[in-house]
Design a protein around this ligand. Structure first.
Ligand code: SF4
Length: 85
């Protein structure tokens, strides 16, 4: 059993308008992809990235940062949720 709390970050890249705000407020978690300039979870935490979706798992210490990115997104393309164990 693992008691480390982790969070899943889901970026709907199909909604992203590449404004760059999420990567600006939380570069530890987000970056504009070199593939299509849409937001994605950085490679270190990414578990899946495609043209329209990016999913990552982050440690608890990055939760506030990731959440801030989700809150400032003008098109609500980012969700951060607790991973159950
Ligand atoms: S804040 Fe939203 S629209 Fe802007 S880059 Fe991030 S995901 Fe895309």
């Amino acid at each position: 059993m693992c008691n480390l709390v982790k969070y899943r970050v889901i970026v709907d890249r199909s909604l992203c308008i590449s404004c760059g705000v999420a990567p600006a407020v939380c570069p530890e978690v987000y970056e504009l992809g070199s593939d299509n300039q849409k937001n994605r979870v950085v490679g270190k935490y990414s578990i899946e990235t495609s043209e329209n979706l990016s999913i990552g798992v982050i440690p608890e210490e990055l939760f506030e940062c990731a959440k801030k990115g989700a809150e400032v997104c003008p098109v609500a393309a980012i969700k951060v949720e607790k991973v159950g164990d």
